[in-house]
Design a protein around this ligand. Structure first.
Ligand code: F1P
Length: 347
């Protein structure tokens, strides 16, 4: 529902500046680059968006961890749009990063936020409110997928304004967005299978998550959710980085979750998976319904819906979040109120 509600105005308007507030018709056509600032899960949404903005809008895009940005010796980039992403709209690090960007001379800002009239949208020229509804848990979950939808709409709108999106391409992207709530429902229906995996995860002390390019941030999200709510130490790597260090950690006690959509990188991922199997690591692979990837000794497979093209990260976010959720339930932790964490980090 959160996704369908967030997608609805986009399907009605098309990729139009009107989606981003009254001032957007004037501001967005001038944009020559995008600087994304965010923390945690919201930062991972920004990492996916960087690929969309560069590949669809053909604009340069930089992403910075908000808690670090204000300590860097950097400079303003003329006509760049500063995009903050935050579920709560109150995260202090993100707010301070935005103020720092303003102090450098940036004057165009967009807040992608789930809470109306919170600090970040109030401080920004433009706003897109995600419609994820109330996030009950401390760990951000459904906000993530709605942020991805908002960021995709931003990439496509900038592309259209820059003459990079034909009428046909716009239609294709809108059609793909229309299919997303159904695909996500399908992914949610995988819960019984994911629960069986969680029964094998909950006694583990460590886990690795692998993905590539658009799906590396999904691996990061899977690892963060597992850390936040089940307190299992988890790390995510771009699969090609395995051989540059983390492979040394792999043995029979290290489960390895792989985000393996049916895209051009699947063959490369397969060779990364063979490297893991050769060291005795057990693989837990999320692939798409239409991929030829199959189970074998030490390789467990769950099939998400048909490959969703560039929107695939939205669909693949669901099973990794469900895996963390069911693992946490098995461990008996409080999934809504993880220890040491606050809903919006305001200190
Ligand atoms: C950012 C965030 C969440 C994370 C955790 C702490 O919040 O890092 O992504 O799950 O609960 O806060 P926000 O800026 O998106 O509200």
């Amino acid at each position: 529902k959160a996704l369908a509600d967030t997608i609805e105005p986009i399907l009605e308007e098309g990729f139009s500046p009107a989606l981003f507030g009254a001032a957007a018709a004037e501001v967005l056509p001038k944009v020559e680059g995008v600087l994304i600032l965010a923390c945690g899960t919201s930062y991972y949404a920004g990492m996916v968006a960087r690929h969309w903005i560069e590949s669809i809008a053909k604009l340069p895009c930089q992403i910075e961890i908000a808690s670090e940005y204000r300590y860097s010796e950097t400079f303003a980039k003329p006509n760049w749009l500063v995009v903050t992403i935050s579920q709560s709209g109150e995260t202090l690090d993100t707010m301070e990063a935005l103020k720092f960007a303003f102090s450098l001379g940036h004057d165009k800002s967009l807040s992608i936020c789930n809470v109306r009239e919170s600090a970040l949208p109030r401080a920004s020229n433009l706003v897109f409110y995600t419609r994820a509804g109330a996030e009950i848990g401390v760990a951000s979950t459904k906000a993530f997928t709605t942020q991805l939808v908002a960021l995709f709409a931003l990439a496509a709108t900038l592309a259209k304004l820059k003459g990079q999106l034909s009428v046909d391409q716009e239609k294709q992207h809108l059609d793909a967005l229309r299919l997303i709530p159904g695909s996500v429902q399908h992914a949610l229906n995988l819960e019984p299978q994911i629960k069986l995996w969680a029964e094998r995860f909950y006694s583990k002390h460590h886990a690795l998550f692998l993905g590539r390019v658009l799906h590396y941030p999904i691996a990061l999200e899977g690892a963060l959710k597992l850390k936040e709510i089940s307190y299992i130490h988890a790390e995510a790597y771009p699969a090609g980085e395995l051989k540059h260090g983390p492979l040394a950690l792999v043995d029979q006690d290290m489960p390895i979750v792989v985000i393996a959509p049916n895209d051009a990188l699947l063959e490369k991922l397969k060779s990364n998976m063979q490297e893991v199997r050769a060291r005795g690591g057990e693989l837990f692979v999320f692939t798409d319904l239409d991929s030829h990837f199959t189970e074998s000794e030490g390789v467990n497979v769950i099939r998400t819906p048909r490959h969703a093209g560039v929107l695939s990260p939205i669909v693949h976010a669901i099973p990794v979040q469900l895996l963390a959720y069911h693992t946490a339930l098995q461990r008996g932790t409080d999934v809504d109120k993880p220890r040491n964490l606050a809903k919006s980090v305001t200190v």
